[in-house]
Write a protein that binds this ligand. Structure first.
Ligand code: GH3
Ligand code: MG
Ligand code: MG
Length: 320
């Protein structure tokens, strides 16, 4: 179980943004947190939005009544932007009525504190909400990362494939997918044991990450001993080159596999698929094509790359 950030002296100090147009209020909050938080200060709504994007605070303490952009508007803007929507906002305001409180919570605030502030109460509430935020971040992260190899898991891959598919359809740029499967891995486990098998998978992933290393490239564990490399803005030739490097890198690891009929050390088979210029975001089609190529690579003797590009839609028209 990871150490809770507040109990860990080496963890970075939580980052707090204090927003209030009155210097006296800013000072009171600053003093309540300066000892064990990194505190940023904004005196207007516009400045607050800019600082959130620059400083990525863990929590925002937000005054409601301010000239110009008020607290409700700032909170709504933060919640409308996926980049900032998860940052907890606590309203700090002199208004002590239920209507204001409800409106604040409706705007997406997690809590409400009234002025004049009681430093101990504000500190306790802030601590609670930062801890909750950090725990939620950790869970989100765990849900997307493969525990053994540290790369994207299948769930994360499915999501990113859809995102990149839409991007490729919009931009008209190609998108390539490599499906990589370790050859005769059952026999590897049978001979060397499951722990050695796990170690082998980790090293294979490292080799894949080395070759699929351009900005935007991603490696995922699709399942068991099967991996995916998604290569945005990469055409068929480039994808085949990456696949050839991956083949070589894995073989170059020199992990002994005495029971493999393919080679004396661990090999992979790779299926490559690339979209065509008319790609309409059919990521299921791209995936199926890569999977078929992987199957063909296995059938053709393993330890090799087989690839294909998606057929142009117009070549299918009139076929019936
Ligand atoms: P092929 O060349 O046709 O791919 O043969 P294969 O033996 O690799 O394929 P098969 O699908 O028959 O077996 C896959 C094996 O991978 C079976 C399973 O025990 C092993 N495996 C799957 N996940 C893990 C894992 O996380 N750790 C270890 N050590 N082994 C795993
Ligand atoms: Mg296999
Ligand atoms: Mg397999």
């Amino acid at each position: 179980m990871p150490v809770r950030p507040f109990d860990n002296p080496s963890a970075p100090r939580p980052r707090l943004l204090v927003v209030d147009d009155h210097p006296a209020n800013v000072q009171a909050l600053y003093h309540a947190f300066a000892a064990d938080h990194q505190v940023f200060v904004a005196t207007s709504g516009t400045q607050a939005l800019r600082l959130v994007r620059e400083k990525h605070p863990d929590l925002v303490l937000l005054d409601i009544v301010m000239p110009g952009l008020d607290g409700h508007a700032v909170c709504a803007a933060l919640k409308a932007d996926p980049e900032t929507a998860d940052i907890p906002v606590i309203f700090v305001t002199a208004q002590n009525d239920e209507r204001a409180e409800t409106a604040g919570l409706d705007a997406g605030a997690v809590d409400f504190i009234t002025k004049p502030i009681n430093p101990r109460i504000v500190r306790a509430r802030v601590k609670t909400h930062i801890t909750l935020k950090q725990q939620a971040d950790e869970l989100r992260q765990l849900a997307l990362v493969d525990g053994l190899t540290g790369v994207h898991n299948r769930r994360s891959f499915d999501h990113l494939l859809a995102v990149e598919g839409r991007r490729a359809a919009r931009s008209g740029r190609p998108l390539s997918l490599l499906m990589v499967d370790v050859d005769h891995f059952k026999r590897f486990n049978d001979r060397y044991g499951h722990a050695a098998g796990d170690e082998c998978l980790k090293r294979v992933v490292q080799a894949l990450a080395t070759v699929a290393s351009r900005a935007g490239d991603l490696v995922a564990r699709y399942g068991g001993e099967e991996f995916a490399c998604l290569l945005p803005e990469t055409g068929f030739g480039g994808a085949l080159a990456v696949a050839a490097s991956a083949l070589e890198r894995v073989h170059g690891l020199g992990i002994a596999h005495a029971d493999s009929p393919t080679a004396s050390s661990v090999t992979v088979s790779i299926g490559v698929a690339t979209t065509d210029p008319q790609f309409a975001g059919d990521t299921a089609g791209l995936f199926a094509l890569a999977d078929t190529q992987l199957y063909r690579a296995k059938q053709a003797g393993r330890g090799r790359v087989v690839g294909a590009t998606m057929e142009r839609l117009d070549t299918l028209q009139g076929a019936a």
